[in-house]
Design a protein around this ligand. Structure first.
Ligand SMILES: [Zn+2]
Length: 327
């Protein structure tokens, strides 16, 4: 019998769900090649709490893991690496463009988690959020860098193509098992976001659009997402099949387009060019589509990452003189 957070979605693929903090939830995928391989490893507590029991029910131990393939460098996907490496000597493969954030928590925090409190000028809350996220984080060793176009053979018929899909982070990649029609996307495709009251994390909007178009061209029968992302039209789920996949990819681009127009319209209407003020004024428009939680004191989104995403869209818009994000 499988552990309650596990789901065997293919004879050689098991999804292992894990939780952390107040409402963090994401997915690790176990691939049964010649030896077991993990796609991502979760937070610092994931190996002991979730991976060991899941591996046990599948007939493995943590020490059997041969390789860790990381979809990107965020703490909630790579912080279990060190414990798995300690137990197994597994090799860690991580996208080169995300190596800096995976190996330096201060850099990661500043780039992805700091915007809300910097724009609101709240160093106290910055320190609080820093502490909260840091307790779930462990830095990772890296043995090999993942790059677009690589092929990785795991044995027993599992061959993965590495496809660069930047946008959520600069290094984000997907692993495409063409013969099985399965793609593992990590956070490369973010729908309408993963947390209630938040927004999808799109820190490089132009690259994100291009990546979605590239994934649309692949022949995919099963998509395995890194979180159970919200959707405007579909059930909230982390594995999708058949025509739902194409719809979800298209919708993910539409979500970005909506955020982009809300920001652009606001800037046009008010001639405002202070980013915090643009975001404050755009929020009522954005809330018509997404139930974003707003902090009453700052007037900015409450959820970490949401302000950073809107700021990134604003910056992209300035770069393109307000025109649609180029693909
Ligand atoms: Zn991420």
């Amino acid at each position: 019998m499988l552990h309650h957070t596990d789901f065997k979605l293919h004879p050689q693929v098991i999804q292992i769900g894990y939780y952390w903090g107040e409402d963090g939830h994401a997915e690790v995928y176990l691939l049964e090649g010649e030896r077991p391989v993990l796609i991502d490893t979760g937070t610092i507590s994931t190996p002991k709490t979730y991976l060991v029991p899941a591996l046990d029910t599948a007939g493995y131990r943590l020490s059997d893991i041969r390789m860790i393939l990381n979809t990107h460098g965020h703490y909630d996907h790579v912080s279990g690496n060190q414990a798995v490496v300690d137990a197994s000597g597994a090799k860690v493969w991580l996208p080169d463009a995300d190596a800096d954030i995976a190996q330096n928590f201060e850099i990661q925090f500043e780039r992805y988690f700091s915007h809300r409190d910097v724009l609101a000028d709240r160093p106290d809350r910055y320190a609080e959020a820093f502490k909260e996220i840091k307790q779930h984080t462990a830095l990772t060793p890296i043995d090999e860098y993942l790059r677009d176009g690589q092929q990785i053979d795991l044995g027993r018929g599992i061959q993965l193509d590495v496809v660069a899909a930047p946008g959520h982070s600069p290094g984000s990649v997907v692993f495409y098992w063409e013969r099985a029609g399965i793609v593992f996307t990590g956070d490369s495709v973010v729908g309408a976001g993963s947390r209630p009251g938040g927004l999808p994390w799109i820190f490089f909007p132009g690259l994100y659009k291009r990546s979605l178009r590239r994934l649309l061209a692949l022949d995919i029968g099963t998509i395995c997402l890194g979180h159970h992302y919200f959707s405007l039209t579909q059930t909230r789920t982390s594995v999708k099949y058949g025509e739902d996949i194409q719809k979800f990819l298209i919708e993910s681009e539409q979500v970005l387009d909506i955020l982009h127009s809300c920001i652009w319209d606001t800037a046009q209407d008010s001639d405002e060019n202070n980013v915090a003020e643009v975001i404050r004024q755009a929020l009522p428009k954005i809330q018509k589509y997404f139930p974003v939680t707003v902090d009453s004191q700052s007037g900015l989104p409450m959820r970490l990452g949401a302000t950073g995403t809107l700021q990134a869209i604003w910056q992209e818009l300035l770069k393109n003189n307000g025109k649609q994000i180029e693909v």
